[in-house]
Ligand binder design. Structure first.
Ligand SMILES: [Zn+2]
Length: 190
């Protein structure tokens, strides 16, 4: 079986999936992710990785590479291109690219789900933007590897009587008798 890194090296032709650099490539799990599979990861060079992790250091000129890489068919790369264009949207060219970058609804939801928002009153919403409340029942829309509990919660699993948390991106619920934190973007209100 291929490792995630090998899969990504194959997919990218051993290049950074955002800027095509070949130096110091590493696997980046695109947050929020339900597992660390290749589908939810991208290969980044050290320059891209550093600026993704610390958006204040973003060098606008470096990110002109998105002009090409945003047309990728790979959803995880589309998500990161969209997010970096948002970081830079005070630049006219980045705003123009953002307007051209069409994302399917589920990919857009993924891209938006990690945007920091100053609005602390933000509601907890599911993958369809339906508001979630304590006691609701939800269904998983992706397989979810439960870290530390050694099982995978399958897509379609019903979780009853959820609790909201202080983080609007997360709820808590009981799966297989274990109380776990679930990413609200991967849930559908029943
Ligand atoms: Zn790069």
């Amino acid at each position: 079986m291929m490792t995630v890194e090998q899969t990504l090296l194959d997919r990218s032709g051993s290049k950074c999936e955002l800027c095509t650099s070949t130096s110091n490539l590493s696997v980046y799990n695109v947050p929020p992710n339900s597992d660390e599979s290749a589908d939810q990861s991208i290969l980044l060079c050290d320059t891209c990785l550093g600026q993704v992790k610390n958006s204040e250091t973003a060098d606008a000129n470096h990110w002109r590479c998105l002009n090409d890489s945003m047309w990728t068919p790979v959803p995880a790369v589309q998500v990161m291109a969209w997010r970096q264009l948002n970081v830079l949207k005070s630049e006219g060219w980045a705003q123009d690219l953002l307007e051209m970058l069409y994302l399917e609804d589920d990919i857009k939801a993924w891209a938006e789900s990690e945007m920091t928002d100053d609005d602390s009153e933000e509601a907890t919403v599911d993958s369809n933007s339906a508001i979630l409340n304590d006691g609701d029942t939800v269904t998983l829309i992706k397989d979810l590897v439960v870290k530390g509990a050694n099982f995978t919660a399958k897509r379609g699993t019903v979780v009853k009587n959820i609790s909201l948390t202080s983080n609007p991106k997360h709820i808590e619920g009981r799966v297989n008798g274990t109380r776990i934190v679930l990413v609200s973007a991967f849930l559908k209100k029943a």
